[in-house]
Design a protein around this ligand. Sequence first.
Ligand code: HSE
Length: 292
Amino acid sequence: MKIKIPATSANLGPGFDCLGLSLNLHNEVQIKKARISSVKIKGEGEDNIYLKRNNPFLRLFDELYLGLTGEKSSFRFEFNNQIPLSRGLGSSSAVVVGAVVAAYAMAGKDFDKQGILNSALPYEKHPDNIAPATLGGFVCSVVESSQVFSIKSEIDNDLRAVMVIPNAHISTKKSRANLPKSVHFKDAVFNLAHSSFLTACFLQKRYDLLRLASIDTLHQNTRMKNLPALFKVQKLALEKGALMSVLSGSGSSFLNIIYKNEAKTLAQKLQNEFKDFKIKIMEFDNKGFEIC
Ligand code: HSE
C-alpha cells in the first residue's frame, strides 16, 4: 500500500491555528508486511540516522496499530520524502496524518477523512496543518469537544505558491513558546476581522483582497525578527505582484501566492535577491492524502 500526503502551509497570516492550505509537494510511504521491520528513506531526511533508528512515523504507527488490532506486526516502510523538515511546510503533520491512515489501512479498519482528522488531533493539537493535509485545498477549522470541524474550498489552478525556503530549521514548539502569553484586545479583534475576511476571500475567490486580508498582529513580527531577511522577502514579493506574502506556519519558509503567469518572474526576482534561500514554484493540492 502506498500513501501520499501533501505539504501544508498554516496560519496564512492572521488565521493562527485555524487556517491552512495544501501544496502539491508530497511525502510518500509504501508499506508491506515483512518478517522483520525495516525502514528505507529517500529524499528529505535520508542522511539523518535518527530518522532510521527512532522514526516518528513508525512510533506513531506502531502505537495506533497495536491499539486497533491488539497485536504487533512487522512491516517494511519505504519513504520518499519531498517535504523539507522543520521549515513550516507541514512535515510533522504529514507524519501524523500518514501514520494514522497507514495504521487504519494496514489494520483493515474502515475509515473516512473525518475520522482520520479526529484521530490525528491528539498528536497535533492545532488543526491548521492536519486539516489541509487530510482534505486538501484551503481549509478553515475549529475544534470542539476533541473533534475537528472543517470547511474546505478548492484553490484555483491559475494560482501558484512561490515558496521561499531558508536553510534555518525552526522548531514549532520553541517558536510557540516565544510568543506572548497575552495580547491586546484590539490586536485580537484585528486578527478576528482579518482571519474571517481572509476565509471569505478564499471561499468567494476574491483574490484581489488577499493582501489586505492577510495582515497579522499576533505572531508574524515576533517570529520574523529571528530571520530579519524575511521582512525584505515580504516587501519585495508584495512589490512584485504577490497577492499575499506570509510566514508559512511558524517559519522559516515564506508563502507568496501569485497568479500562475507571474510566478516565474517573481521566483526569479526573489532568487536574484536571496541567493541563499531556495525558491520553489508550487501548485496547490486540492485532494489531501491519497491511497494509491
Ligand atoms: N499554528 C501553528 C503555529 C502552525 O503557528 O505555531 C505551525 O505548526
